[in-house]
Write a protein that binds this ligand. Structure first.
Ligand code: ADP
Length: 636
């Protein structure tokens, strides 16, 4: 009996004794080893035709003996190789393993390192390997219970290759190991992890014969499809097949909006097949969502969700990347730091964005669908990281246009705008609410277009971009470009400000037509930003509010003549009207003020009932109008 090398023993302990939930990967590991061994032999057979064979991997199960056997006709191992290869941890994992051990718990460790051959001990109480090296005459048997050590002896085996025979553990304490003896389950596992292994993985399966006796025969069935869809040439691939691959692989009812395939040769080689889902998954905007692409190495799945392959803002994209350049057993930790991975990720990001741009140009309808579904993510990308990606993304942004009544790009907006004019925008919760903002009246009557910013992040992006093609961004609520003069109305403005008691300063505006007032913000912090920051947890940053007044409006004109309670109530109602238009809650004094004003209107009517009764509906209106003006005089 030979002892395992010290560190192998430690790893073995971890593998066997931890409650590792992902035991089923043992099959993937053993199949990958078999595939690698065949690769090696196939390579040798190029120069030595005697080594050529009909390469395949075969899985056998024996429920009575509780064994599952994985056989390959690959390169095989001699006694020395059995000892060296299966007696120590694969070199790839060793170093990182040394560094990490003791630091994390066992389960994490095993999750981090591909455990390769050792994973067999997660499900087996005994492992026997019978191998004959290609070109040799003697076969050898390696045997171990995984605990103490291993034994090697001569054995019988007709052809070169390796069989790994696992005696599956007894079910105990709710642990089900027998499932690994179930052919149906094995088939599922092969499909899940090893579907794209280049050699056929075969298993004997029962098949009903056509005879009337219902007799059953056994037949070797190939379990894997071997050619990954992403390895097929474009001409071979039908959209339908891709859609089916997507819906099946990602369990999405809906077909993807688009698929993108990428192939790279050179320093880093990879093939990628990416999909844009029709809508974000239900948890996309939660912390639970895990982005990532499936990472394959030569057809073997090594990571299901490799987040490093896709930037956060494109996290809604699904798909696979297959690269021959990574070692199968590379640890997750080392993978994350792998420069090749970063190179692939940046290649994919470029490819995705150029495909988006192409779609925007050639298939607007499709792009708009994509943008509407993922606008928050894409906009977040433009803002995140201090706007590091803003220039890459600015031409992919779409905003609803007040004038065009549809989504437009910043380019489309600025092409129609006058030279040096600003990119005007208005903020609000929905396009509908924005379209009713009083501030729009000025822009509309001047024939200027206004973009609707409906996402919290929109204005932050505008601040980040500052301008587009020489057109500065300007919030129509900022009151910056107002030309209205306060001359001759200084006293009224002072009186309104006094009533408002510091809640807002008062400025005249020329951008209102039918509205008497609107709310704006002075300085760097807009009302929208104030709201967003409050929603994020109350940073205490406040916008400097400005009540903009339309000096041409009858109500404002009338204010000049009001005093006392009527003046105060009218200012209260006007200020609250501005709040409402901006989507704010009203103040507590609003409704009592409205009620007092209404009462005074009704009172006036009651005082002079006969005049109105005599003169039809139209006259009543006129009378009401004149009455509206009358109380002003009363208060003089
Ligand atoms: P890794 O595959 O990362 O090297 P493993 O522990 O899975 O680590 O395997 C260790 C070594 O054992 C392999 O590198 C290979 O040389 C050898 N080996 C494992 N399985 C087979 C097999 N089926 N045929 C030939 N050699 C094998």
């Amino acid at each position: 009996m030979k002892e395992f090398k010290a560190e192998s023993k430690k790893l073995l302990d971890l593998v066997v004794n931890s409650i590792y939930t992902n035991r089923e990967i043992f099959l993937r590991e053993l199949i990958s080893n078999a595939s690698d061994a065949i690769d090696k032999r196939r390579f040798m057979s190029l120069t030595d035709s005697a080594l050529a064979a009909d390469f395949c991997i075969e899985i056998e199960t024996d429920a009575a003996a509780r064994t599952i056997t994985i056989t390959d006709n690959g390169v095989g191992m001699n006694a020395e190789e059995l000892e060296n290869n299966l007696g120590v941890i694969a070199a790839s994992g060793t170093e990182a393993f040394k560094k990490e051990r003791g630091k994390t718990d066992a389960e994490q460790l095993i999750g981090q390192f591909g455990v390769g051959f050792y994973s067999a001990f997660m499900v087996a109480e005994k492992v026997v390997v019978i191998s004959k090296k290609a070109g040799d005459t003697t076969a050898y048997k390696w045997e171990s219970d995984g605990a103490s050590g291993f034994e090697i002896a001569e054995a019988e085996r007709a052809d070169a290759g390796t069989s790994v025979i696992l005696t599956v553990k007894q079910d105990a304490d709710g642990e089900n190991y027998s499932c690994y003896l179930d052919k149906h389950h094995i088939r599922t596992l092969v499909k899940k992890y090893s579907d794209y292994i280049r050699y056929p993985i075969k298993m004997l399966e029962e098949k009903r014969t056509d005879g009337a006796d219902g007799a059953k025969a056994e037949e070797l069935i190939t379990l894997n499809s071997m050619t990954p869809v992403w390895k097929k040439s474009k001409s071979e691939l039908k959209d339908k097949e891709l859609d089916e691959f997507y819906t099946h692989t990602y369990r999405d009812w809906n077909e993807p909006i688009a698929h993108i395939s990428a192939r790279m040769e050179g320093a880093v080689e990879y093939t990628a097949l990416l999909f844009v889902p029709s809508e974000p998954s239900y948890d996309y905007y939660t912390k639970d969502y895990k982005r990532g692409l499936q990472l394959y190495c030569n057809g073997v799945l090594i990571m299901d969700k490799c987040a490093e392959l896709i930037p956060e803002y494109l996290g809604f994209i699904r798909g696979v990347v297959d690269t021959p350049d990574l070692a199968l057993n590379i640890s997750r930790e080392m993978l994350q730091r792998d420069r090749r991975l970063a190179a692939i990720a940046s290649g994919l990001e470029k490819k995705i964005l150029s495909e988006f741009a192409k779609m925007l140009k050639n298939d607007r309808e499709k792009y708009e669908k994509l943008f509407v579904a993922f606008s928050k993510a894409i906009k977040y990308g433009a803002y995140d990281n201090f706007g590091a990606n803003k220039d890459k993304l600015k031409d992919l942004l779409l905003y609803y246009s007040d004038k065009e009544k549809k989504l437009v790009t910043l380019k489309e907006y600025s092409e129609k705008a006058a030279k040096d004019s600003p990119v005007l925008y208005a903020c609000g919760e929905t396009t509908e609410k924005i379209s009713m903002l009083p501030q729009l009246e000025g822009a509309r009557s001047a024939g200027n277009d206004v973009l609707y910013f409906t996402d919290a992040v929109d204005e932050f992006i505008a601040r980040m971009l500052e301008s587009y093609d020489g057109h500065k961004f300007e919030n129509i609520a900022s009151g910056k470009a107002d030309a209205a003069s306060a001359e001759g109305h200084e006293e009224l403005i002072k009186r309104i400000e006094a009533k408002l008691g510091g809640k807002a300063v008062v400025c005249p505006t020329d951008k209102l037509k039918s509205y008497p007032v609107c709310l704006a913000a002075k300085g760097e912090v807009s009302l929208e930003m104030e709201r967003i920051m409050a929603a994020m947890g109350g940073s205490g940053i406040k916008a400097e509010r400005v009540l903009q007044i339309n000096l041409d409006h009858a109500v404002i004109k009338g204010l000049e003549n009001l005093r006392g309670e009527k003046f105060d109530d009218t200012v209260t109602v006007l200020y609250n009207e501005a709040l409402i238009a901006e989507g704010y809650k009203t103040e507590p004094e609003f409704l009592p003020a409205v009620n007092r004003l209404l009462a005074s209107v009704v009172e006036e009517k009651r005082k002079a009932p006969s005049a109105k009764k005599a003169s039809g509906a139209k006259k009543t209106d006129t009378a009401a109008e004149s009455e509206n003006a009358r109380p002003l005089d009363e208060n003089k």
